[in-house]
Design a protein around this ligand. Structure first.
Ligand code: MOS
Length: 781
């Protein structure tokens, strides 16, 4: 780091520190969301109504064009060769046979790849998207078993796939760490997440644990997981002169474009990334080597390139969730009051990335306790960079914490729902901040009633149906509320032949199947006072202003904040345009909102003028505004989270050890639900992932050589229809007064808590406590 960079970083840190101290003390009205959005009270328009996905019909008809379906003239197809050692050098790479194979247009290796800068790593700046800070195919070094070492380009995919099999590599291996035991022996580092240490200590938790009359203290283990979206990662890439266009499947078009511009020394506006549809992402559809390799190869051969990873390619080159070992210890009084809450452990990373599993984040605000000791430490292994995946941190953190609470409930002889409610905090127990909205007790009570929790027998192994043992379990679900900086929206209000007046709303956001395009149109049409059909939404294109990550379950809030800001700017502009002859003359923008095809005074809706009338008088046909969302200071002023309670029933076979989940209910408190149809689907999808995490999913990592051994859906097991029961989902629908639209994220909370609820139900069914995921049948026999 240069002196200038260090000075900048120090100044930023000081600023950050000052903000962290001052923002909590600031009056609410200075904070975004501090004066609640008037639309939260009205809840008009389609908000809260089940609206079908706008992209649904296109997808069903096969008319939605995905990243690797863009047809470009003169396009060549890419296939990758992957290193087979975890660390070392390539000493020879024989490409002659491949180059001579039918249809081959070129082979790119480190010897002929264009010179490129390493990608800026995610988290190092708002526009950085790289998964790691490693150079991409720039030298003979191998950093993980599976690293791409050659790109074959051919006239057809089949020709490329054949030619890649003809490439021979020889290596000079170097010492590497591929076993967990060795990694631990080499030392632990303090875990950092988004520039903050993963550590909290309040009181002397170890001492208070020792003196507590009741206690549990156990270690829980979670394995590696890989991303298995239906749509494989891939991109169609072309250079147009010195400009680059990438049709990609990605969760961050703008940051990806900026990062790739940095890789090729281009100006940001020279790179355009589009991503109209994403066939599932879950954190892993971001920037990996294949987009950079595809762009480099396209430059090398002077033709557009389609690079579509195989399923194996996704395992070799796209990181997943890393493994954790977590200790949870709780000391309690006889009435269940927590004296000490300890949640510590390790997460594995590589020397080249910055993404530990931050498994204590949910614990920080989950329960009240007299003392806390929370920490994540990291160890280093030579492997592919891991990344955020399906509620990073909380998925695995809630498995450990919520299993431990169940174990404590057994020790105490207190019902586990009751035990949780008895330790409900009245403010955030580690930050001290007030909760913006927390109705988790309601979620617990209504979930328990609907599920029939009172039918449960607390004594384990007491219910049987033939050779099946039956048990019930529950756990808390939690995921933080986020709204990341950088979001913007552009609104074009315009005359329109069908509706008279319509709007185009553009956000640099993403549709991964969760319903973003639809919800954005609902939110924007409500705000603009226009019919749903009169609002066209464009997204998934880096030429749109702003940067919105489809991640951290924050996209809807980020879009909401941006649309609110752009709408405010639009109102101001329209008032100017309306002039002195308008009924609204003399009012300021904050006194006016949109309503029924025009502007109206907020507290006197009769005082109004239609958009058409304003346009007529001003003799204009359209108005365009682009505006950035307010800085997300609310996150420093309140403790903000989505909450939920998961209940399930399992049947464990006494002969085979097989577990079937027979009933499952998620009861959520996630603010206002904007679109119940897409939200329900999000919750259910998350719960299904949770079933996979509990019972099946595990990346098999060969500790001798760091190679992933099950890179296919035949060997990496995930739930199929037969594994999934009816999933019941309910919610409180209580708006958070301090978020855009009163909503919280619903994307990732669904997976959280599920693995613990299932493990707890398995204990209730069998009396066996499994602390090591996945709970496969061998562990129950
Ligand atoms: Mo989520 S794993 O942050 O896309």
């Amino acid at each position: 780091m240069s002196i200038v960079d260090s000075a900048k970083a120090a100044a930023q840190a000081a600023m950050q520190g000052a903000m962290t101290r001052l923002v909590p003390l600031a009056p609410d009205r200075w904070i975004p969301g501090g004066v609640p959005d008037p639309l939260i009270r009205h809840q008009h328009g389609l908000i809260g109504k089940p609206v079908s996905r706008l992209d649904g019909a296109l997808k069903v008809k096969g008319a939605a064009r995905f990243a690797t379906e863009f047809p470009l003239d003169d396009m060549v197809y890419a296939a990758l060769v992957y290193a087979t050692i975890p660390r070392g050098r390539i000493t020879a790479l024989d490409t002659a046979l491949a180059e001579a194979a039918p249809g081959v247009v070129g082979v790119m290796t480190h010897l002929n790849a264009p010179r490129m800068n390493p990608p800026a790593m995610f988290g190092t700046s708002p526009a950085a998207a790289g998964a790691a800070d490693l150079p991409v195919m720039q030298d003979d070094r191998v950093h993980w078993n599976g690293q791409p070492i050659a790109v074959v380009l051919a006239e057809t995919q089949e020709q490329a796939d054949h030619a890649r099999s003809l490439i021979m590599a020889t290596y000079a291996p170097e010492p590497s760490t591929t076993s967990l035991a060795e990694a631990k022996a080499a030392g632990l580092q303090p875990g950092m997440f988004m520039g903050q240490p993963l550590r909290n200590e309040i009181g002397d938790a170890e001492a208070m644990l020792q003196t507590a009359p009741y206690k549990v203290d156990h270690v829980y283990r979670t394995p590696r997981h890989n991303h298995n979206a239906i749509e494989l990662h891939g991109a169609t890439i072309a250079w147009i002169g010195d400009d680059l266009i990438i049709h990609d499947a990605t969760q961050l078009v703008s940051a990806e474009a900026a990062t790739i511009a940095g890789v090729f020394d281009l100006k940001p506006e020279q790179v355009r990334v589009t991503s109209p549809y994403v066939g599932g992402g879950f954190g892993g559809k971001c920037l990996w080597d294949h987009q950079i390799l595809g762009a480099a190869a396209a430059r090398l051969v002077g033709r557009p390139v389609r690079i579509a990873l195989t399923r194996e390619g996704v395992y070799r080159g796209v990181g997943g969730r890393t493994l954790t070992e977590q200790r949870v210890a709780i000391g309690a009084d006889a009435d269940g009051h927590f004296r000490a809450l300890i949640h510590t452990g390790i997460s594995v990373m590589t020397p080249h990335n910055a993404m530990p599993e931050a498994f204590i984040l949910g614990t920080r605000s989950g329960y009240a306790a007299d003392s806390f000791k929370l920490s994540v430490e990291t160890v280093t292994m030579n492997m592919l960079a891991n990344t955020f995946m399906r509620a990073p941190g909380e998925s695995v953190g809630t498995f450990a914490l919520e299993s431990a609470i169940d174990e404590l409930a057994v020790e105490l002889g207190i019902d586990p729902v009751e035990l949780r409610i008895r330790n409900e905090p009245d403010k955030d127990p580690t930050s001290g901040l007030p909760f913006s909205s927390r109705e988790i007790v309601k979620a617990w009570r209504s979930g328990a009633a609907r599920f029939g929790w009172d039918q449960r027998d607390a004594a384990p192994a007491t219910r049987r149906d033939g050779e099946w043992m039956i048990g019930l379990g529950c756990a808390t679900a939690t995921y933080p509320y986020h709204r990341m900086p950088g979001a913007a929206a552009r609104i074009t209000l315009r005359r329109d032949d069908v509706h008279g007046i319509g709007a185009l709303v553009e956000v640099a956001a993403h549709e991964m199947g969760m319903g973003t395009a639809t919800t954005t149109a609902m939110v924007a049409s409500e705000r603009l006072g226009l019919p749903f059909e009169a609002v066209e939404v464009r997204y998934g294109d880096s030429i749109i202003p702003g940067a919105i990550l489809a991640g951290g379950s924050q996209q809807t809030a980020a879009i909401g904040g941006a649309v609110i800001a752009a709408h405010n700017a639009l109102v101001a502009q329209l008032l100017k345009l309306a002039g002195n002859h308008s009924p609204l003359a003399g009012l300021s923008a904050d006194q006016v909102g949109s309503d029924n095809g025009g502007l109206a005074k907020l507290d006197e809706p009769g005082l109004r003028e239609s958009y058409a009338s304003i346009f007529d008088r001003a003799q204009c046909d359209s108005v365009v505004v682009a505006e950035a969302a307010a800085q997300p200071l609310e996150l420093m002023h309140w403790s903000m989270h989505s909450h939920g309670a998961v209940f399930c029933e399992v049947r464990v076979n006494t002969v085979t050890g097989e577990t079937r989940v027979s009933r499952i209910l998620g009861s959520y408190d996630t603010g206002r639900i904007l679109n119940p149809k897409t939200a329900r689907s999000q919750f259910r999808g998350g719960i299904i992932m949770g079933i996979g995490m509990a019972l099946m999913e595990e990346t098999q990592f060969d500790e001798r050589n760091g190679r992933i051994m099950n890179p296919s859906l035949a060997e990496y097991h995930m739930p199929v229809h037969m594994d999934v029961p009816e999933i019941d989902v309910i919610w409180t629908d209580i708006a958070d007064p301090h978020t855009p639209m009163g909503a919280h994220g619903v994307g990732e909370i669904g997976i959280t808590g599920v693995a613990a609820a299932i493990a707890n139900a398995i204990y209730n069914a069998t009396g066996k406590r499994i602390r090591d995921l996945p709970i496969t049948l061998d562990k129950l026999l």
